[in-house]
Ligand binder design. Structure first.
Ligand SMILES: Cc1cc2nc3c(=O)[nH]c(=O)nc-3n(C[C@H](O)[C@H](O)[C@H](O)COP(=O)(O)OP(=O)(O)OC[C@H]3O[C@@H](n4cnc5c(N)ncnc54)[C@H](O)[C@@H]3O)c2cc1C
Length: 401
């Protein structure tokens, strides 16, 4: 077993780190306050290959593998602990990959070059107002075939990137029921463009964190799409969605590891210098013990995350392992890294003292941002545990049919 990074990986990490330190980190508070990522940052990310980086080169992507994608996610998480830019990055990396893999040539030619250059957004719309965890039971969105096209009706809610998609253009890969008797085998994925579609009503929600990227929903009233906007095969959409979620969860693990590392570094810097009772507070066991525990949590989350990425590379590039292996490690990474990042940030806020409760200090942006991932974006913690148990016990032990 070899834990060292290759030269290519080291150069990529250095490149992303330098970019993120220079162009992103100094702007994070402003992005959080203005609730918008400046267009010049998006453009620069596109030039560096950081927008939908997993997309193939013919559509302007960097054709990055998952280990390289996770390296970038970790560095972006380090630079922007509010997680707005990392969310934009990881959503497009995961769902751009699915669109690149299963979308039609025509739709890909229309959208992917714009996504990889920052002129359009690519997201995912699965969740509905009546539930995200039990999407098979809760989903009311349906697509019906009429002549040569599809008519979609329904509503999606708590969706990342609605304002981006409405303003810049682009699409949300949207799950719709196409066979109501077939359970999870009756869903199809469609590429739904939101901008300027008079049959789509978009709404925005005010989040508590990751303010630079929007969350909202959209109602689809008789929207008409040709077969060009079908993603993959009819009635296979649930499987494509699960594939994308595993990718996204792995990237979330990497992002949260990076954000937790950044928070711990801030904490270490502080506890070495802040004095109390005549000594640096870092010399007290009450500070050292959580430091040791959280350092261990971050390091073990990193191993799980890069193992998930390695499994994905093996599956996609070498045809080894299956999505079961990937789903297990992606769920483990998503189960642990966001929770640990939240705990580390909370602990560091304690170490900082009163300053940690102010907006003069960045830690509060991190606390608000990482909470999105422990509360449920890309699947709740309980759902991660159900996935892990399913892989360990077999699907006959699932708590639902
Ligand atoms: C900031 C943010 C961004 C998001 N972006 C997107 C996006 O881009 N696209 C998208 O499709 N969705 C998105 N989501 C939605 C997210 O996927 C859902 O919130 C998530 O799947 C949970 O669904 P829910 O909120 O309806 O909660 P519910 O499914 O109603 O769950 C509520 C609670 O019940 C628990 N629960 C449910 N079933 C079980 C069970 N069987 N056993 C034990 N506990 C259970 C859950 O763990 C949770 O604690 C986003 C969410 C957030 C917070």
């Amino acid at each position: 077993m070899d834990f060292s990074w290759t030269e290519e990986q080291k150069i990529w990490r250095k490149t992303v780190k330098e970019f993120a330190e220079k162009k992103i980190k100094p702007n994070v508070r402003e992005i959080d306050t203005n609730k918008k990522i400046p267009k010049n940052i998006i453009k620069d990310m596109g030039s560096l290959g950081l927008l939908a980086p997993t997309v193939s080169k013919e559509y302007g992507g960097a054709d990055l593998n998952w280990k390289m994608s996770c390296i970038a996610a970790e560095e972006l998480g380090r630079a922007d602990i509010s997680l707005a830019i990392p969310v934009l990055y990881l959503v497009e990396a995961a769902w751009g990959f699915i669109f690149n893999r299963y979308g039609t040539k025509k739709a890909k030619e229309e959208y992917l070059p714009k996504v990889t250059s920052g002129e359009a957004f690519c997201g995912i719309a699965v969740t509905e107002p009546e539930g995200g965890s039990d999407i098979v039971g809760a989903s009311k969105t349906k697509a019906e075939k009429k002549d040569d096209s599809w008519v979609i009706n329904g509503e999606k809610m708590f969706i990342s990137g609605i304002s981006e998609s409405s303003n810049w253009g682009g699409l949300h890969l949207t799950l719709a029921r196409t066979n109501k008797k077939a359970g999870h085998k009756g869903f199809t994925l469609f590429a739904v463009p939101i901008k300027d579609n008079k049959n789509i009503e978009a709404t925005l929600l005010e989040d508590m964190g990751r303010m630079g990227i929007s969350t909202g929903g959209f109602k689809m009233n008789d929207i008409k799409l040709s077969n060009d906007y079908l993603v993959g095969k009819e009635n296979r959409g649930f499987y494509y969605a699960m594939e994308g979620f595993s990718a996204a969860r792995t990237l979330i693990g990497a992002t949260c590891v990076g954000a937790a590392e950044a928070a711990l570094d801030m904490g270490i810097e502080h506890i070495k210098n802040r004095k109390s009772f005549g000594r640096p507070i870092g010399s007290f066991e009450g500070i050292q013990f959580p430091l040791a525990e959280y350092y261990g949590d971050i390091e073990s989350d990193k191993l799980l995350t890069y193992k998930a990425a390695w499994l994905m590379d093996q599956m996609y590039k070498n045809n080894k392992f299956s999505h079961h292996d990937v789903a297990l490690f992606a769920a483990l990474s998503k189960l642990r890294a966001p929770v640990h990042a939240f705990k580390v940030m909370n602990e560091v806020a304690d170490w900082i003292g009163a300053m940690g409760y102010t907006k003069e200090y960045p830690i509060e942006m991190g606390i608000r941002g990482v909470r999105s991932y422990s509360i449920g974006a890309e699947g709740t913690m309980n759902i991660m545990k159900i996935i892990i148990a399913r892989e360990l016990l077999g699907k006959e032990f699932l708590p639902y049919k």
